[in-house]
Design a protein around this ligand. Sequence first.
Ligand code: NAD
Length: 482
Amino acid sequence: MLKDRYQLFINGEYVESSNGEFFETHNPATGEVIATVAKASKEDVDKAVAAARTAFEEGKWPKFTGAKRARLLNKIAGIMTERFEELVRAEVLNSGKTVDAAKGQIMQAIEDFEFYAAAAMTLGGETKPVPNGFFNYTVKEPIGVCGQIIPWNYPLMMAAWKIAPALAAGCTVVLKPASPTPITAYMLAEICHEAGVPAGVVNVITGSGSEIGPYMTEHPGIDKVAFTGETETGKDIMARASVTLKRVTLELGGKSPNIVFDDCDIDAAVDGSLFGIFYNTGQSCEARSRLFVHEKIYDTFMEKFLEKANRIRVGNPFEKGVHVGAVISSSHEKVIDGYVKLAVEEGGEILYGGKRPEGPEFEKGNWYMPTIIGNVTNNMRVAQEEIFGPVVVVIKFSDENDVIRQANDTIFGLGSAIWTKDHGRAHRVAAAIRAGIVMVNSPISAFPGTPFGGYKQSGFGRELALETLNLYTETKSVISYV
Ligand code: NAD
């Protein structure tokens, strides 16, 4: 059940913020206030960190066997499954994403807990070759208290990507969801508690990112910061974390290339390219926002692409058959519109969209039409900067090496996609692209067991996969003389 008011979740219970301050959280599709949410002060951060520290040092969590942690993680997945519809409703209401998008993401969040439940039992060290008379083994130990800071675009899935591996490794956490979308993170904290995770292991606090975010990043009681968000925020976090030499992992922005070669299955490429940019209202870090189309098939591809874009339904995210929901906030809608205007100033041509949709349905809330901009070159700002909305720029190309060069000509390196029937080309281009994820004839960028993360200014460290479990551990080397 949704509450009217969310308090901070610290040490296994809801508590008021120390200064009694609250902020409102909205339904992006209508602008209505759906709940008030406690605004944590620095004092509340201290309380949450102290709870996580006690749970780590005095509590039993890091000492639980992998099997016991695994049972609890599976139990969390079980309760999420039971409360699936309720979680979906809350996510749609608070983020404006469509029901189908929310369902897919929450299903993945459940599978993430199941994946890390299994992974919790695999955490182990190695023995290393050492001179005669010596014996060496390594042990993987949890890093400690983790500050986890997440964005608003995938509220529950991002919370799961952060909490599940940390818990599997034996860490305790203080999670800060983004201010526009706090509700499902609080629901997840409740679920962890209901599953039997001891008090203080999972704490959730909300508040101003620019106030408590830096405070968390510099906090001497936090051992690791795991951050997902904008590249500029990531840079600030890395600088501040250096003061206490915290472990840092950063999942940041992107401007992912989507390369459509002339030998592809055009219909599959059209569908995959539409999904690649307009899924989640384009508010995806790995949104394929730079569409490179080979000149030989440009006209045929674009005719189909525009025709199908015309059929995309924008509207009430709860309604069946709607493909694109609301934009997170009115300020973000303005940012998106500003980029579209900039594209035109730079010489781009709006081939579709480029404005707020019209009609009574869109009188309230925050909306933007799926937007396709042609006549773009890769050096324009709209091709270089992350827009984080339903806007794709289209660039014509003629040569494989040249398109690889253009695809790599960006500060980012998160996602990328290639559409071709030539396997040799697929793997040659996949090898040449400087990005953490390459999708070959695939619209999907991640599964629970596959590493997700960026090259270059898209960050470092990985989410999902066994690799991430290791990023929540330290390695201890024990050398004994026998
Ligand atoms: P953001 O950087 O503005 O905020 C992210 C989080 O950081 C929020 O919780 C915010 O309150 C907090 N924050 C803000 N300033 C802070 C500071 N100085 N110190 C510490 N914390 C601070 O990002 P956003 O607008 O919420 O999310 C969109 C961004 O997230 C996009 O750039 C997108 O590409 C990125 N993203 C990346 C991935 C990935 O896996 N690489 C996934 C999802 C989103």
